[in-house]
Ligand binder design. Structure first.
Ligand code: TXA
Ligand code: MG
Length: 322
């Protein structure tokens, strides 16, 4: 049963306990989890039924709280001053001591952050006293919900609660702006017009046309592939492992590996998803020939895990090998 809550304090207590709670922002309803809780974040992907791991937006009560996790440059500071709280998401480099779970950022070295302009969302963020990772609160491949009833239609029975927040004022998602790579690139048009952004920081590159048939959300994961594949070659569905290989284990480990990371001793897919990016980083060290990944079943979260592993194992081209 999914509860419909009126009090942000109740919703905050559930979030802090690791449960999934949908909440209204000024743009659309988000499906929230404590962004520092790996198990809770893995639950987001499970509830949405996403076949791959998209990076999620992290929501903060204040800009200062966001700057504790990512490094803003002068442009980010100026945009936050102008548009936060509000429907602008900034992609910035993670700090070395960033406390946001790796899966929330899909293993990337950048993080998307924003401060929403909705009293209920802000009350929830303050009471929870932790950043909240939240994609739009719809099942994968469906439109974003703008009322609590829409969220119930999408996710009832799959999440703990929905915090009632009325109808979303803006109704389209936040504008996503990438400032991490040096330039400024529009990754998704949204609630803040790009012209308003350009009035503050100058020209913004359009990596997509507004009329493009392909939604921008489909582009980011493709971009991840080249930047974040481990440097060691990875083979899927390994049935045996050599002494000069690292083993990504799922269930009782194959004997004889040079180094082992256990995704889930008991074969629990949610635990495995929550540990996947930490595992790839841990195993991807010099000295060994490659990574052997034990078979992970393809259903539920397993599909997203297999998708990520097959990207990691994809042959590298000259342009993305670095
Ligand atoms: O208005 C919104 O932004 C809503 C509310 C709930 O805040 N959230 C939302 O989240 O629309 P979602 O997950 O449906 O869309 C997030 C977008 C995706 O296109 C994702 O690829 C992109 O932001 N994104 C997130 N982190 C990124 C990163 N580190 N680098 C590039 N793109 C990123
Ligand atoms: Mg979405």
């Amino acid at each position: 049963m999914t509860a419909l809550l009126d009090d942000p304090l109740d919703a905050a207590a559930m979030l802090r306990a690791g449960a999934l709670v949908a909440f209204a922002t000024e743009t659309v309803y988000g499906l929230g989890a404590d962004a520092r809780n790996a198990h809770a974040v893995a639950g987001i992907f499970e509830a949405k039924g996403r076949p791959h791991f998209n990076p999620l937006i992290c929501h903060f009560a204040t800009a200062e709280a966001a700057w504790a996790e990512v490094r803003p440059d002068a442009r980010a500071l100026a945009l936050a001053e102008a548009f936060w709280p509000g429907p602008l998401t900034l992609v910035l480099p993670r700090r070395a001591d960033c406390r946001i779970d790796l899966l929330a950022g899909a293993g990337l070295d950048t993080l998307a952050v924003r401060v929403p302009a909705h009293e209920g969302a802000l009350a929830l963020l303050r009471a929870a006293d932790t950043p909240i990772a939240a994609p739009s609160a719809n099942r994968s491949g469906r439109v974003s919900p703008t009322t609590s009833a829409h969220v119930m239609e999408e996710l009832s029975g799959r999440i703990a609660a929905v915090l009632e927040g009325g109808e979303c004022e803006v109704g389209v998602e936040s504008t996503v702006l990438d400032l991490a790579a040096g330039g400024a690139a529009l990754l998704r048009p949204g609630g803040i017009p790009v012209e308003a952004i350009e009035a503050i920081i100058g020209a913004v590159g359009r990596s997509l046309k507004l009329s493009d048939a392909a939604p921008p959300t489909l582009r980011s994961p493709g971009m991840m592939l080249s930047h974040y594949a481990p440097s060691l070659p990875l083979r899927l569905d390994a049935a045996e492992v050599a002494a000069d290989e690292a083993l990504l284990a799922f269930g009782p480990p194959l004997p004889g590996a040079g180094r082992v990371f256990q995704l889930s001793e008991t074969g629990d897919l949610r635990e495995a998803a929550s540990r996947l990016f930490a595992g790839l980083r841990m195993l991807d060290q010099p000295g060994l020939r490659g990574i052997a990944a034990m078979p992970v079943p393809g259903e539920g979260l397993g599909a997203a895990i297999r998708d990520r592993l097959s990207r990691a194992g994809a042959p590298r081209t000259a342009s993305n090998s670095g």
